[in-house]
Design a protein around this ligand. Structure first.
Ligand code: FAD
Length: 403
């Protein structure tokens, strides 16, 4: 029978293997992952797992018994090379695996901080289970914690650290936190939230150097006022990720900030698909190719590819959505908050939604502690129904509007 080889055993890769079996795929399914241990999900790494309220078992996506029961060959090794002419991949263990179809789900890795001192002890990223284990350990003794980057991962880490009794300084280069991913109203809410819990948020400030002999002792910061040195014995860098595209590029596949895929998630070689954090797709929710970093995107793209391989080819059209948990505050985003030129806010200070419009077209709905708005927004985007900015008045509730 035909073999599907999946490279990467993260959220997207594991879902591909599971969905192939759910759909009754009869051939061999090989899942290759290079991280130690059982495949796991990342979201708790900056939240409950870091805090200590969710244990390792809660991280596991699928364990060895699932793979055995579903006849999935899980290989704990790294794919080194793809030979597209011979339709084979070569692993670090020296094995050659023949494929009929290859799914690349290689994810992304942390962008390195491009300043002197970034390699000092006490400076960490947060992407893997191992990172979270080390950070949880170090947080216990840390006196001065600095987070570089006011994105989701930096802020979630800062929120968890504050819950554990550490006050954290977050340094963000641009003028507001979450600038790349959320509207100004949401950014302002999160700045307040962190400050209320004792964290300090510095915006418009760039880290120029990390100080210390072998371990980090300080963070040198420039911009927006006099230069300063923040004392630090623990530094977390969360300045974005780089998609793992080298394997694809070396095999001659088209790559441009992500492995380029068509609307059915095929790469420039129709025998190879790419999904999740590593893939750039054209989306009905955006004007150009997008590369999304979310569980929703990884899972739904995996299902789309599994359907294609079991005879149900359909373009990937899932509504993008995302969540972030900080201090018992839940942010949920439906749609893509880019390219909008106007926002309308409804709700109260602690529980509100931001409707982001491009002209009269709704592009995204950001909900802070308004889960009903979020669910309604996802239905609205899925149905392709519009919403006019003038529809949103005092006391507006999206759910009632749709009813
Ligand atoms: P990954 O999960 O990165 O998996 C890719 C895997 O492939 C990795 O294990 C990698 O080691 C492996 N690999 C790469 N190359 C090879 C190779 N050549 N051979 C073998 N294996 C290889 N998203 C949300 O929607 N909500 C959240 O709240 C949220 N919180 C997050 C918190 C943290 C701390 C992090 C790091 C991410 C969070 N995300 C969240 C993002 C989400 O986890 C990612 O978008 C998702 O994991 C992407 O899945 P993926 O399978 O594409 O990539």
């Amino acid at each position: 029978a035909m073999t599907v080889v999946v490279v990467g055993a993260g959220q997207a890769g594991v879902q591909t293997a599971a969905s192939l079996r759910d759909n009754g795929y009869p051939g061999r399914v090989v899942l290759v992952g290079d991280e130690p241990g059982e495949p796991y999900q990342r979201p708790p790494l900056s939240k409950g797992y870091l805090e200590g309220t969710a244990d390792a078992a809660r991280l596991t996506l699928r364990g060895s018994s699932f793979f055995a029961k579903n006849d999935i060959d899980f290989l704990n090794t790294r794919v080194r090379r793809i030979d597209r002419d011979r339709k084979r991949v070569l692993t670090a263990d020296g094995d050659e695996l023949a494929y009929a179809h290859l799914v690349l789900a290689t994810g992304s890795r942390n962008r390195a901080l491009p300043v002197p001192g970034a390699a000092l002890d006490g400076v960490f990223g947060l992407r893997t289970r191992e990172d979270a284990d080390v950070l949880r350990d170090r947080l216990g003794a840390a006196q001065h914690v600095v987070v570089i980057g006011g994105g989701f991962i930096g802020l979630e880490f800062a929120a968890t650290a504050a819950k554990l009794g550490r006050s954290v300084t977050v340094v963000e280069t641009v003028g507001r936190v979450l600038a790349r991913v959320a509207s100004p109203a949401v950014s302002a809410h999160y700045t307040d939230l962190h400050e209320t819990h004792g964290n300090r948020i510095l915006t418009g400030r760039t880290v120029t150097r990390l100080l210390g002999e072998s371990s980090v002792t300080g963070v040198e910061v420039a911009g927006n006022g006099p230069d300063l040195v923040l004392p630090a014995d623990l530094v977390v860098v969360g300045i974005g990720v780089i998609p793992n595209t080298e394997l694809a590029a070396d095999a001659g596949l088209a790559v441009d900030n992500g492995i380029l895929v068509d609307e059915c998630l095929s790469t420039s070689d129709s025998n190879v698909s790419a999904i999740g954090d590593c893939a750039a797709h054209s989306s009905p929710f955006a004007s150009g190719p997008v590369r999304l970093e979310s569980v929703q995107n990884a899972v739904d793209q995996a299902r789309c590819v599994a359907a294609k391989l079991t005879g149900e080819t359909a373009p990937y059209r899932s509504v993008p959505w995302f969540w972030s948990d900080q201090f018992h505050t839940k942010l949920q985003i439906a749609g893509l908050a880019n390219g909008y030129d106007r926002t309308v806010v409804s709700g109260e200070p602690g529980a509100f939604s931001v409707f982001c419009f491009q002209g009269e077209r709704l592009r995204a709905v950001e909900s802070v502690n308004r889960p009903a708005d979020h669910m309604a927004a996802r239905r609205l985007f899925a149905a392709g129904t519009g919403l006019h900015p003038d529809d949103i008045d005092d006391g507006f509730e999206l759910k009632r509007h749709l009813a």
